[in-house]
Design a binder for this molecule. Structure first.
Ligand code: SF4
Ligand code: SF4
Length: 373
């Protein structure tokens, strides 16, 4: 289906059609000084005219005179919390006197996922979702908990026209515009939206919207807008081959220097849209007859994450930071054919110590960064 034009005053129709198609709709909204995805049924609740100011260790919002709905760069939450839940019940066990197998009955707790449409997804977060798809669905063992949520998800992505200072998706090839992975994709211009479908589900929704064929002028304007957004990005990762350089720098002094600042708080891995480390816990019910088994987000910065036989293999921030970077930019390439970084910049803005992930990676692998903070 060709690129279509949707007038700004018809954006509400998109929400209405999605709801009528059986989806609960979520979209970007202001909450406690940040932009997060939450339930939405009125476009008046979108962060219209808001822009984000992001720097190492800093995230701020500012109201501008712009009338655009999607002029902000990503907030702390990506799609990850909707698909790979921070706490997921995996299975339960109940003691039943008449049961076989020693009197225990096990049940899996794969969720009945609610069909959910998310509007305003940033290109880097679609890229991150595709990486997590590969890990959870397309690897040898399919994760039914993630798959249930993923099958129920409908994405309305919006190409970025206003990047934050921390964004470097252009250098990883994951933004600021998208090629695939979405159900619907929009470009926001001052005069309205260009919109196209990327799936059969997307086509069905698009057919119900009051759209007209997009002119060549508007299509060219949107492409120019994305190119301009990419040009404005100052941060970058050297290239996908940096993993070989990083693995040759295991004793680099800079790991120690980073650890002098790193608090091992795990903020970076929590906000990272591709991180998937977890731990498993047991929750016994008070009746003493049953228990539930949970999967919870964890972090390679947690001291207990590398415990084996009672000892932590990575008992310092230096070793933990090195693990995080070498996995994300190094061994991930051997596992999945690409790095685990989509250039969203969240780990820079939400690091309380202001540690600049791409700057450190470039410096350790051979090039000292030159951009101004
Ligand atoms: S490593 Fe940092 S910039 Fe890269 S995807 Fe994770 S949070 Fe985003
Ligand atoms: S790099 Fe920053 S966010 Fe990550 S663990 Fe260290 S202090 Fe926390």
């Amino acid at each position: 289906m060709a690129v279509q034009f949707l007038a700004p005053e018809s954006l509400q129709n998109l929400l209405t059609v999605l709801e009528a198609s059986g989806y609960q709709v979520m979209g970007p909204q202001l909450s406690e000084g940040a932009i997060v995805y939450d339930h939405i049924n009125d476009v008046a609740d979108l962060p219209r005219g808001i822009e984000t100011l992001q720097k190492p260790g800093s995230y701020k919002l500012q109201q501008t005179s712009s009338t655009r709905f999607f002029n902000w760069a990503n907030g702390p939450a990506a799609l990850k919390p909707l698909l790979y839940k921070a706490r997921q019940a995996l299975w339960s066990c109940e003691q039943v006197a008449q049961a076989v197998n020693g009197g225990f009955v096990f049940k899996d707790l794969v969720p009945q996922a609610v069909p959910t449409a998310v509007i305003g997804v940033r290109p880097c977060d679609i890229a991150a979702m595709l990486i997590q798809d590969e890990h959870f669905i397309q690897s040898e063992y399919c994760d039914p908990y993630y798959k249930a949520e993923r099958d129920a998800l409908f994405t309305v992505a919006v190409n970025c026209s206003s990047c934050a200072e921390t964004c470097f998706c252009a250098s990883t090839g994951d933004g600021p515009s998208l090629d695939d992975g979405y159900d619907l994709l929009m470009d926001e211009l001052d005069s309205g939206f260009l919109i196209r479908a990327g799936s059969t589900k997307g086509e069905q929704v698009l057919k119900k919207l009051p759209v007209t064929a997009a002119s060549e002028d508007l299509t060219a304007m949107a492409a120019e807008q994305s190119a301009h957004a990419a040009e404005k990005q100052k941060r970058y990762l050297l290239d996908e081959n940096m993993h070989a350089n990083l693995f040759s720098q295991l004793d680099n002094r800079r790991w120690h220097d980073i650890a002098e600042r790193c608090l091992s708080c795990g903020n970076c891995t929590s906000v990272c849209p591709t991180c998937f480390c977890h731990r498993e816990t047991e929750q016994a019910e008070l009746d003493g007859q049953s228990t539930r088994h949970f999967r919870e987000w964890s972090s390679c910065f947690n001291a207990d994450h590398s415990v084996m036989h009672g000892h932590s293999l990575r008992d310092s921030s230096e070793l933990r930071y090195r693990q995080w970077m070498l996995h994300k930019l190094g061994s991930w390439i051997y596992q999945y054919g690409r790095s685990g970084c989509v250039g969203c910049g969240r780990c820079i803005a939400w690091c309380p110590a202001g540690i600049d992930f791409p700057a450190e990676a470039n410096a350790i692998s051979g090039e000292v960064e030159l951009w101004e903070a």
